[in-house]
Design a protein around this ligand. Structure first.
Ligand code: G6P
Length: 369
């Protein structure tokens, strides 16, 4: 065990630091200087992806959050409507399936009972085809899908998913770009985003350097009972994933909100005992986010901001800490900002003395309903 963990104290920490490699492996041989390479989704993929006019993404847990990020990307780049749903809801609901809709299952293990059952149910619901994004080639989800794109994260041991998530994002980015190209995405923009995606491992590598700073911030959470995570746009699912990591391994109650929704409820909870973690990438929504953060500050909330290096934020905005991260372009930024959130959850859990790799009551793969 300690041999496999090497220099790291826990598998989770090792897996967080493996992300540049895992993402590079997932992109390897799939994207080049002229764009996404042909046939990476299987030899039958072309006619199916050309015909796709709608997408339903179904998953559980962290994989569901990857699907939520993908919705922002696919709708923006390919103008194809996307519905994302947790598998346990999807399978028991009378879902409307418009013509030429692709069913996408996302699963690290490929054996999650609800995801697998949802996929089997989808066969009866008239989809164009089923597509799997999965980390285990011999898994049931992969065997039963028509098309697939394997993530190449390698074995993930920590119950709280880390490298599986960022590799799922890399896989979804490939799909979003490929669909974009088929659906009239501007050629120059397509190539820019392809280049940006290829640079993702480097940006993740760089984001890992925030660990010493994040470690100091973690102190702040040790005696807290609640935390609130805020994001906007494609960073909202990143906030959700940050809050899931924290609750899974540190047992601090955490929830995430789209920052614009703050005044419709969560603001009532904000006081000096409630740390608030905000993701502030550089982009058109930055000013709106800043005004959301002002509202938090005005109520005495303790703010921790993960801000893009280029985002204009005065240090006053966050009175606990501002961690600067170079998020890269807006396509890859959600994957990059995920990293400091994982580190935060990890170090809070370590300091609270929980069983980081095997949190109570949770399983790595939920194979029963
Ligand atoms: C469990 C794990 C999570 C994982 C979820 C979905 O809850 O603890 O880390 O995200 O299952 O698993 P899957 O293998 O389908 O991605």
């Amino acid at each position: 065990d300690s041999v496999e963990r090497g220099e790291y104290r826990h598998y989770m920490q090792k897996e967080i630091f493996e992300q540049p490699r895992a993402v590079a492996d997932t992109l390897e041989g799939r994207i080049g200087p002229h764009g996404v390479l042909p046939n990476i989704f299987g030899i039958d993929a072309d006619p199916i992806l050309d015909k796709t006019r709608g997408i339903h993404i179904v998953a559980c847990g962290t994989s569901y959050h990857a699907g939520m990020v993908a919705k922002y990307w696919i709708e923006e780049l390919a103008r194809i409507p996307v519905v994302v749903e947790v598998a346990s809801e999807y399978r028991y609901r009378d879902v409307v399936v418009p013509e030429n809709t692709l069913f996408v299952a996302v699963s690290q293990s490929g054996e999650t009972a609800d995801t697998l059952a949802a996929m089997r149910e989808s066969r009866r619901r008239g989809y164009l085809a089923t597509f799997a994004i999965c980390n285990v080639p011999e898994s049931s989800v992969v065997r039963e899908s028509d098309l697939r794109l394997m993530t190449r994260a390698g074995p993930e041991i920590g119950v709280a998913s880390t490298k599986a998530f960022t590799t799922q994002l890399a896989a979804f980015a490939l799909l979003a770009l490929d669909l974009g190209r088929r659906r009239g995405l501007d050629g120059a923009r397509y190539l820019d985003h392809c280049k940006e995606l290829q640079s993702l491992p480097r940006y993740i590598e760089n984001a890992l350097k925030s660990e010493p700073e994040v470690l100091k911030i973690a102190d702040h959470f040790i005696n807290k009972q609640h935390a609130l995570f805020l994001g906007r746009g494609a960073q909202y699912p990143v906030a959700l994933e940050g809050s899931l990591k924290l609750k899974e391994i540190s047992y601090i109650h955490a929830e995430a909100y789209p920052a614009g929704e703050l005044k419709h409820g969560p603001l009532a909870l904000v006081d000096e005992n409630m740390p608030i973690v905000a993701v502030a990438p550089n982009g058109p929504l930055l000013d709106k986010l800043k005004s959301n953060l002002q509202e938090v500050r005005a109520r005495g909330g303790e703010l921790i901001v993960f801000a893009d290096e280029r985002a204009e934020m005065d240090t006053e905005t966050a009175h606990v800490a501002t961690v600067r991260v170079d998020g890269g372009g807006d396509l890859i930024a959600p994957a990059v900002f995920t990293v400091p959130m994982q580190l935060l959850a990890y170090h809070v859990a370590v300091q609270r003395g929980t069983d980081v790799d095997q949190p109570r009551n949770l399983a790595k793969s939920v194979t029963v309903e």
